[in-house]
Ligand binder design. Structure first.
Ligand code: THG
Length: 279
């Protein structure tokens, strides 16, 4: 199955057969105070710098999250989208819990965006699915619903099925629903990564959709996050993860290595190119 996103002109194809497409996570105020302070001053130089560094490091798509307490994201999200698209051609992943901010951004965005995110909650489904259909956007469906987050992979799968069913009923093509199995901190719950991996396997085998997740969520609160993220990324890709939201400045070499190991990089072209770009 394929999900096709677009920037101003550039097309990015996310294919369940690989290779992996990286969604750069760094435009996110979490632990990045400078992003908040610069945006508050209408200074877009830092957000552009974050975008450029991620694209250079291998990001194919950029996640754009400008949410922090007190922000008017209905105004700010479209503004940042415009600034980014004036400079870069990559497709964008609009990351906001506020459907109004997503819609405002879709109104001015060029190409075909990814909405991050919907989930199985009734009120949100009813609000966002028609917006996605109207603007021709793809959506990320998080495997949680009105009952919260379950640790049963079969139940997460059922939520994914429900979201896909609702989207398709509204006229969205199945390929335009990317499933997020939910990646949670393994420091807080010892089985967290295993539950996510089992959900990835089920979604990949039974639904055959593209799969994303905030892959660095798992290492919150632990030392040597890079090793932990790398281990989880490799096994997740083997089981069906196709478009992780992650930090390309840290994860791209591991992603290229995993694609090569999985027979998705003929003559190691991309792996070698990635190495040469770094040296
Ligand atoms: N699923 C979906 N979207 C998401 C998430 C998800 N969006 C937000 C988040 N989770 C993914 N994005 C981030 C962004 C930054 C970090 C983690 C996840 C992060 N920041 C470093 C830190 O906290 O220490 C900053 C430094 C660094 O670059 O390493 O880890 O789950 N659909």
């Amino acid at each position: 199955m394929k999900t096709i996103l677009k920037g101003k002109s550039k097309e990015v194809i996310i294919d369940t057969g690989g290779p992996v497409v990286i969604i750069g996570e760094s435009i996110n105020p979490t632990r990045r105070k400078k992003l908040v302070t610069t945006l508050q001053q209408n200074d877009f130089s830092y957000v552009l710098e974050l975008a450029e560094n991620q694209i250079k490091a291998g990001a194919d798509i950029l996640d754009v999250n400008v949410g922090y307490p007190g922000v008017d994201d209905i105004r700010l999200l479209p503004e940042v989208v415009k600034v980014l698209q004036d400079r870069f051609d990559v497709p964008l992943c609009l990351d906001s819990p506020n459907p109004k901010a997503i819609e405002a951004a879709l109104k001015i965005a060029a190409g075909k965006c990814l909405i991050n995110s919907v989930n199985g909650k009734e009120a949100l489904l009813q609000e966002i699915i028609p917006v996605a259909e109207e603007y021709g956007a793809a959506v990320i469906g998080l495997c949680m619903d009105d009952d919260g987050i379950t640790n049963d992979p079969e139940k997460r799968l059922a939520i994914a099925e429900k979201i896909i069913g609702r989207a398709v009923k509204a006229g969205i093509s199945p390929g335009d629903v990317i499933v997020d199995p939910l990646a949670m901190a393994v420091s807080a719950e010892p089985q967290a990564c295993l539950v996510t991996l089992e959900t990835i396997k089920l979604v990949h085998q039974k639904l055959g959709h593209n799969i994303t997740m905030g892959a660095s969520n798992i290492s919150f609160g632990l030392p040597d996050r890079e090793s932990l993220n790398a281990a989880f990324m490799a096994v997740s890709i083997y089981n069906g993860l196709t478009c992780p939201i992650a930090n390309p400045e840290k994860i791209t070499p591991l992603v290229r290595a995993t694609d090569l190991v999985l027979g998705r990089d003929e003559f190691a072209m991309r792996f070698v190119e990635c190495f040469q770009n770094r040296s």
